[in-house]
Design a protein around this ligand. Structure first.
Ligand code: B12
Ligand code: SF4
Ligand code: SF4
Length: 321
């Protein structure tokens, strides 16, 4: 039986590798006891802003066996999304790298479906589900538990070989497998670059983020007008923010991914500020049909652009005085 588990686990990792996932790790599906106080504290302090979905299904978020009955294993994959070509120049509004290509939820789900089909060829039909930021699952914690990296002071999962520009996905299944050891080292050391560089001071303490201050939250999750105290800190970011990852020394080793679907949207790298400002809803829907950028909807994206424009006008008027 032990040999079967070892062989099957090895096979899963090889198939995941063939599908282009960067790394795969496996953990026993158990209750995340040590996460309960941390998650509850984060919610109690209202660090989730208005993301009320984070308050729901706490038991499921902490225990994958409540998501998939008889779950025994969490198979976690990392997908590198560090792009070869970046937006560059001052004439650009900035989009975070995770949204350059097709919506990662669909891209990874499709690949995980193929992986599950491979596993089922070996095992027969399983009780299993695929998760890509689509359900109450603590993605980074599972990646850390299955040895794929550590959670840095910027709160991102960092893999020593590819850095933090990677997505996380899982298959939770009712098969027993061979489990990897949790990642026990934290390679942040005395570094505080991410904390120092964050323009909104959203990393309120090492490893703790106040989401409602984060540009990613403000420009994507937030449904209201941007708080006037934040708009001069956006630094041209109109969808997400990569600053605390761009400054991270562990991303110096990031290598471009080769996942076709995640290559930058044809229009994205070309668009200059004036093109973004004059974008109409029809073109937005056409250009970003398959993109994660759709999450803000046209209205949200224009709200972000207009907030930056308004801020620029105020500072120009001030300088004229
Ligand atoms: C909510 C959310 C956000 C929120 C809050 C961010 C956050 N850190 O939670 C906002 C909107 C701000 C956000 C932004 C981004 N997100 Co997001 N987000 C999520 C989501 C849905 C849940 C994360 C979560 O559980 N938060 C709850 C709190 C409690 O968790 P936490 O901050 O990780 O807190 C832990 C630490 O505080 C720690 N802790 C507490 N006290 C202490 C003390 C010590 C000493 C230590 C060591 C630890 C510690 O324990 C807590 C629980 O583990 C996940 C998907 C998922 N289902 O997991 C994606 C996810 C985390 N996001 C992702 C991405 C890509 C981003 C962005 C990079 C997007 C962008 N470019 O704009 C930014 C990064 C900003 C940042 N620095 O984190 C990826 C991250 C991949 C990776 N390599 O880490 C995920 C995993 C999605 C995915 N499946 O790929 N996100
Ligand atoms: S994503 Fe940007 S705003 Fe959010 S914590 Fe990182 S640097 Fe700060
Ligand atoms: S910038 Fe430094 S402190 Fe922040 S996550 Fe990277 S290594 Fe850790």
């Amino acid at each position: 039986m032990a040999l079967i588990k070892t062989e099957l686990s090895q096979y899963i990792k090889e198939e995941a590798n063939k599908l282009g996932f960067s790394f795969t790790g496996i953990s026993a599906a158990t209750y995340l006891e040590n996460q309960e106080p941390l998650l509850k504290q984060w919610l109690q302090e209202k660090l989730n802003g208005e993301m009320t979905y984070m308050e729901n299904h706490l038991e499921k978020r902490l225990d994958p066996r409540l998501l998939v009955s008889n779950a025994k294993s969490v198979i976690t994959v990392l997908q590198n999304y560090y792009p070869e070509h970046h937006q560059s120049g001052k004439s650009k509004y900035k989009i975070s790298k995770y949204a350059y290509g097709k919506d990662y939820h669909h891209v990874i789900k499709k690949k995980l479906k193929k992986l599950l089909a491979c596993i089922e060829k070996r095992t027969g039909t399983l009780q299993a589900s695929i998760f890509v930021d689509s359900a109450p699952v603590m993605d980074k914690v599972w990646a850390q538990r299955s040895g794929l990296g550590w959670i840095g002071k910027n709160t991102c999962l960092i893999n020593k070989k590819i850095g933090s520009f990677c997505f996380i996905g899982h298959i939770i299944a009712n098969i027993e497998l061979e489990y990897d050891s949790p990642y026990s080292h934290d390679f942040c050391g005395t570094c505080t670059r991410c904390i120092d560089a964050c323009p909104t001071k959203a990393i309120i303490k090492p490893y703790i983020i106040k989401a409602s201050k984060c540009i990613s939250y403000l420009t994507i999750e937030n449904k209201r007008e941007l708080p006037p105290t934040s708009t001069h800190k956006l630094n041209n970011w109109i969808f997400g923010c990569d600053i605390c990852q761009d400054v991270c020394p562990w991303n110096r080793f990031a290598k471009p991914h080769d996942e076709e679907s995640l290559h930058p949207n044809h229009y994205l790298l070309k668009l200059k500020k004036e093109n973004w400002e004059s974008l109409n809803e029809k073109d937005f829907n056409k250009f970003f049909k398959d993109s994660a950028i759709k999450r803000t909807k046209y209205k949200g994206l224009m709200r972000n652009i207009n907030a930056i424009l308004k801020e620029e006008k105020v500072s120009m008027d001030y300088n004229k005085k």
